[in-house]
Design a protein around this ligand. Structure first.
Ligand code: ADP
Ligand code: MG
Length: 677
């Protein structure tokens, strides 16, 4: 059985088992699942292509018996001549006297070692007698530690593979192996540890990539199904006619992408299952407009709706735009931390007694004493800013309310499939017509004077600017100091009639509010700020976004910041001040100047950063694939997702003998058990 201890393997004693435990190998299965992290491939090349001092592999016939000389203490040198392509090559081997018995005149031999072009000599590090089968030698390299060496590890893996080969179970149903021409698990496992050639290795890897994706996607699809079934019976019977009317009173027509997303949302709301959907769309793509329609639909079904956002400023903005859109159609309240005392008590009472239909708010929404009468729809904006528990608490304020998450941080398709596999995803990937593209420039610090002059010119045209101050990683305090310094510098630089404001995270809510209001009313022309303005703030008259130290920000964050401008009629500008040292940093700045499409940007970001870093390590929630790479193997990921969807939707796990092993595996999976709690 594969679950047996490694001590059952030939060659593994107590001491070795302890060493293995250090690298988390306890059972036979652990050992077999510990794949090489890389391979050294030595390909036999013609002499003319060999490079001096490189590690090379050559093949030839031994001409003379090797001669062995000893020198120093226990040191030996074995040398012989071989013929390669009609040329005599000298081979030397150090401290391997035993090889003399294995190498004889007339033998075909393959040698790997360091090449010396001038002396036509190879210093051998490894050799193989007999012809090389596929003209390639592939060496597995494992990550090792302490007393566990690559050599020892390979030896016991070989022993384990031969002793336990009959215990290696196939989980992937034969039909998929056939369809994609994948080797079975046993063969693939042997190949991944001991690849006979590159082609076989490629197919073995393909097999494990597919397997990893399939298992993961099955869990996600199963989770989605179980969650849905657990929430049956929440259909919202809204009034389609009224909803249509509502959309018609908008001062604009919805874009095609908005309409498509809206239909998906409304279909979810009408269905007997609870909606669990993510709405993605760039800043300004019109998510809030779509959300408003859904809130209205809920009201026509006789229910209440809640919209939770991460900051007070944002809450207030949403509140104002919703109040404008709804007019007399709904009673809307704004519930934030600043609502206190009697006013709060009255508000909470009105929510409870259903005299209020829509509640917009911050975390204040999820406090214990806030009860809804009949909560039908919960919307969480900038969902990644809330913790799982906060989102859950809001959801639990109703009886299986439909839940919509919104985000303006476009998530690459690849990651959306993986990270939100149990969620449905709608995408608004098109901007309302007539928006002017923001012009983005990247400059070095020495061109600062020009930037400051440019800002002054635009201010004379009655426009406004944000200046985001340098970022110091992991230090809120220093960031604020930076902001204060920059604020003073600019005050000195500009004439008194240009008013400058200062915004950072340490200000009280009231202070922030009043500064934001001054900026919105153009009583302040330049707002110096830390990244606190990143989310949601809407001042259409601001047309310039200057970002200091832009190389320290991620692409998504830069894009968010840039989204603060370009919200009005005038042409807007984003100026990145950066002097990145590395190539990646330069590439980032280049991408920013070239694309304004958030989705494209996020794909690029993912490529630069890798999946683990995209969300930030801690909260990534992304699985650790051993062979598969979500970005590189995207096609396989899609294939596996489609297969998983079919398997779950058609209930194939239950009905098909071929799927028995998969079913067993899923039933015992701890990830699923955890998630379902
Ligand atoms: P988001 O929430 O995605 O950032 P909003 O819904 O706040 O976007 O929309 C941004 C601005 O665009 C708002 O002023 C809104 O009234 C307007 N808007 C939304 N949809 C459209 C549309 N289809 N055509 C024109 N303007 C629109
Ligand atoms: Mg919004």
């Amino acid at each position: 059985m594969l679950s047996e201890s490694v001590t059952q393997i030939k060659g593994v004693g107590e001491k070795f088992a302890e060493d293995l435990a250090v690298i988390n190998i306890h059972t036979v299965e652990d050992l077999l699942n510990n794949y090489p992290y890389k391979y050294n491939v030595f390909e036999i090349k013609p002499l003319s292509e060999l490079i001096h001092d490189d590690k090379v592999t050559i093949e030839g016939r031994v001409i003379h018996e090797p001669s062995l000389t000893y020198y120093g203490k226990n040191k030996s040198r074995l040398s012989f001549t071989l013929e390669v392509e009609g040329v005599a090559i000298k081979a030397v081997m150090f401290n391997r006297a035993f090889a003399k018995k294995q190498i004889h005149a007339g033998d075909m031999i393959t040698l790997t070692g360091k090449w010396d072009t001038h002396r036509l000599q190879i210093t051998v590090s490894s050799y193989k007698t007999g012809p090389a089968e596929n003209h390639a030698e592939i060496q597995s390299i494992y990550s090792v530690k302490g007393d566990v060496t690559n050599y020892k590890l390979k030896k016991i893996i070989k022993n384990a593979l031969s002793a336990y080969s009959n215990d290696i179970d196939e989980m992937v149903p034969q039909r998929y192996l056939n369809a994609y021409k994948l080797p079975n698990r046993k063969d693939a496992l042997l190949t991944i540890h001991f690849p006979p050639n590159r082609l076989a290795l490629k197919h073995a890897r393909r097999r494990f990539i597919y397997e990893e994706f399939l298992l993961f996607q099955l869990k996600m699809q199963l989770l989605r199904k179980l969650k849905r079934e657990a929430t049956q019976g929440n259909a919202q019977h809204y009034d389609s006619e009224k909803v249509k009317e509502f959309v018609n009173i908008f001062p604009f027509t919805l874009t095609e992408a908005q309409n498509k997303s809206l239909n998906q949302l409304l279909t979810d709301m009408k269905s007997p299952y609870r909606m669990n959907r993510l709405l993605q769309g760039d800043v300004g793509s019109g998510k809030t407009a779509v959300a408003a329609v859904c809130l209205y639909a809920s009201i026509t079904a006789g229910k209440q709706g809640a919209l939770m956002v991460p900051t007070e400023i944002l809450a207030e903005q949403h509140y104002q735009s919703l109040t404008k859109l709804f007019g007399e159609r709904a009673q809307i309240v704004l519930l934030t931390g600043s609502v206190k005392g009697k006013r709060r008590r009255e508000m909470v009472e009105a929510i409870k007694s259903h005299n209020v239909q829509i509640v917009v708010g911050t975390h204040a929404l999820i406090q214990d004493d806030v009860y809804f009468n009949d909560l039908g729809l919960v919307i969480v904006d900038e969902q990644h800013r809330f913790g799982v528990n906060q989102r859950r608490t809001l959801r639990d304020k109703g009886l299986n309310p439909d839940v919509l998450f919104m985000t303006a941080t476009p998530i690459p398709r690849t990651l959306a499939i993986t990270a939100f596999g149990d969620m449905d995803v709608s995408v608004i990937d098109e901007m309302p017509v007539g928006r002017k593209e923001i012009e983005t420039y990247w400059i070095k610090e020495n061109a600062l004077d020009r930037v400051l002059g440019f800002i002054e010119k635009r201010i004379m045209l009655k426009e406004q600017a944000y200046v985001i101050c340098p970022l110091i990683e992991e230090s809120d305090k220093l960031d604020i100091q930076n902001a204060v310094d920059l604020y003073h510098q600019l005050q000195e630089y500009y004439p008194d009639n240009i008013k400058i404001g200062l915004m950072h995270g340490r200000l009280s809510t009231d202070e922030k509010d009043s500064i934001m209001k001054d900026f919105a009313a153009n009583r302040i022309q330049i707002l110096v700020s830390t990244t606190v303005v990143e989310v949601g703030v809407n001042v259409p008259n601001a047309t310039i976004m200057v970002i200091y130290d832009a190389e320290r920000f991620g692409l998504s964050q830069l894009h968010q910041l840039r989204g603060r401008v370009g919200r009005g009629e005038q042409q807007s500008y984003c100026i990145l001040i950066a002097d990145p040292k590395g190539e990646v940093g330069k590439e980032r700045m280049r991408i920013m100047t070239e694309t304004t499409n958030g989705f494209e940007l996020s794909e690029q970001d993912l490529k630069l950063r890798g999946p683990g870093d995209f969300f930030g390590k801690k909260q990534s929630g992304l699985p650790d694939f051993k062979v598969a790479d979500m970005v590189h193997d995207y096609k396989a990921l899609e294939t596996a997702r489609n297969d998983a969807q079919e398997i779950i939707e058609m209930n194939m796990l239950e009905q098909d003998e071929e799927f028995y092993k998969l079913k067993q595996y899923l039933e015992n999976d701890s990830f699923l058990k955890e998630k379902l709690d």
